[in-house]
Design a protein. Structure first.
Length: 366
C-alpha cells in the first residue's frame, strides 16, 4: 500500500540574499523547517506515514561567505567580496547547527541547500593531486557570461572523472603554477543530507560552473574548485534516494551511473537549472523534487512524478482543494477541517516563510 509523506521546497533567492551572515541564514532555515513541522501537524490522512515523514529541500549556496552585493552585478575583479567560500571552521559550525536541527525533527530528511567552503592545501596536502589535475583541465577563475554549453565544452567528459582525480590528463604545470598551487585554497560546494539527528550522506558538486568567482590575477588569492567524487545515491529507512547539485544535473551525472535499484526520490538543489527528464534517475511511481533559487521559471523549482504506465515525467501541479481554485503562488488556503484529508496529489504555497516562498506537497509513494 502506498505511504504518504510531505515534500517541502523552500525557494530562497541565494543570488540576492548573499549579503546575509551565517547566523541570519541559519535562523531563516530553522524557521522554514519549523513552519513545515507545523504544517505536518495539521495534515490528516488515513494512511500510515512513510519514513522519512517529510523531505525538506533548500536551494544551492544557502550558505556561503557574505558578500554584501548581488553576484549578478558586475564587480571589480579585485573585490574581496567575490570570494564566496567560507572557511572550514565556519562549515563545521553550520554542520553542528544542522545536526541539532535534525535532532529536533528526526522524522525529517533535510537537504539544507549547499555550503560553499574551502580549505588550504597546506592543511590538506592529500588534496594537492586533485587540485593539480583540476588546474590542468581548466584554469581556475570566474568567466563572465559563459553559457552552459560553453562551460560544458571546457570540461573533460564526466566519464573520465577517475582520470581527473588521478591526475592523468592535461599538460604539466609550470613551476610558477606549482608554487602558487602549493599555497592555494581548494573550494568545494557540498550538500549535507540529515536524518534522525545525524548526517546520513555528504555530496560535493562534481561539475564546475563558475564555482570560483574571483579571476586568477596577481594579488588575488589562488582558488581552485575541486570536484566531488562520490555517487549521489544513498539509503534511508530501506529506500534509495538520489541527489544532484545544479550543474551536475545539467550534465546528467546521476543518470550516467548504472543503478541496480533506481532511487525512490531524485533530489536536486540548485541555483538555476532546468529539470531535464532525460537526466532524471527515479523508479516508476517515484518523484523528482527540485528546490532552486530561481522560483519563477516553471522548468525549475517543483515536483515531478514518473508515471508508472507511460514512463514519462509528469509535473505535479494541483494547487486546488475541494471547491477552491488557487493560482500557483496564490494566497494561503483556508484551514481544512480535521475530517477532510488532502486529495492524493496537491500542494500548498506559502508566499513568505522566513522571507522566501515555501511549497509543501502531499504525495503518496510506493
Amino acid at each position: 500500500m502506498p505511504k504518504t509523506m510531505l515534500i517541502a521546497l523552500w525557494m530562497r533567492d541565494t543570488f540576492l540574499k548573499q549579503g546575509r551572515g551565517t547566523e541570519n541564514r541559519l535562523v531563516r532555515l530553522k524557521a522554514a523547517v519549523e513552519k513545515t513541522a507545523a504544517i505536518r501537524k495539521g495534515v490528516q490522512t488515513r494512511q500510515h506515514w512513510a519514513k522519512p515523514e517529510v523531505i525538506f529541500i533548500a536551494p544551492e549556496y544557502l550558505f556561503g561567505r557574505p558578500t554584501g552585493v548581488d553576484w549578478r552585478v558586475p564587480a571589480n575583479p579585485r573585490d574581496p567580496n567575490r570570494d564566496r567560500h567560507l572557511d572550514e571552521s565556519d562549515k563545521d559550525h553550520i554542520k553542528r547547527e544542522l545536526i541539532a536541527l535534525s535532532a529536533k525533527h528526526p522524522e525529517f530528511l533535510i537537504v539544507p541547500g549547499t555550503i560553499a567552503w574551502s580549505v588550504s592545501v597546506k592543511d590538506h596536502p592529500a588534496l594537492l593531486p586533485v587540485a593539480k589535475n583540476r588546474v590542468r583541465l581548466q584554469p581556475p577563475g570566474y568567466v563572465e557570461g559563459p553559457s552552459p554549453a560553453d562551460k560544458l565544452a571546457r570540461l573533460v567528459s564526466f566519464n573520465s572523472l577517475d582520470d581527473r582525480k588521478a591526475g592523468r590528463a592535461g599538460p604539466h604545470l609550470t613551476n610558477a603554477e606549482e608554487d602558487r598551487l602549493s599555497h592555494a585554497r581548494l573550494c568545494l560546494n557540498t550538500a549535507f543530507v540529515l536524518y534522525g539527528g545525524d548526517v546520513r550522506f555528504v555530496y560535493s558538486k562534481q561539475g564546475d560552473f563558475s564555482e570560483v568567482l574571483a579571476p586568477c590575477l596577481p594579488g588575488i588569492a589562488y582558488e581552485v574548485a575541486i570536484p566531488g567524487d562520490k555517487c549521489g545515491v544513498f539509503e534511508v529507512e530501506g529506500n534509495w534516494y538520489g541527489i544532484e547539485i545544479c550543474f551536475d544535473h545539467f550534465c546528467g551525472v546521476l543518470h550516467q551511473v548504472p543503478l541496480q535499484t533506481p532511487p525512490l526520490i531524485h533530489l536536486i538543489t540548485s541555483a538555476s537549472v532546468d529539470v531535464d527528464p532525460g537526466h532524471c534517475a527515479v523508479a516508476p511511481g517515484g518523484y523528482v523534487a527540485h528546490a532552486a533559487a530561481d522560483a519563477e521559471n516553471v522548468n525549475r523549482t517543483g515536483l515531478w512524478r514518473k508515471n508508472p504506465a507511460t514512463g514519462m515525467l509528469d509535473r505535479v501541479e494541483s494547487p486546488s482543494w475541494p471547491g477552491i481554485r488557487l493560482p500557483r503562488l496564490g494566497q494561503r488556503p483556508p484551514h481544512l477541517p480535521p475530517s477532510q484529508p488532502w486529495p492524493p496529489v496537491s500542494y500548498k504555497a506559502y508566499n513568505d516563510v522566513a522571507g522566501s516562498p515555501l511549497w509543501v506537497y502531499r504525495v503518496d509513494v510506493p
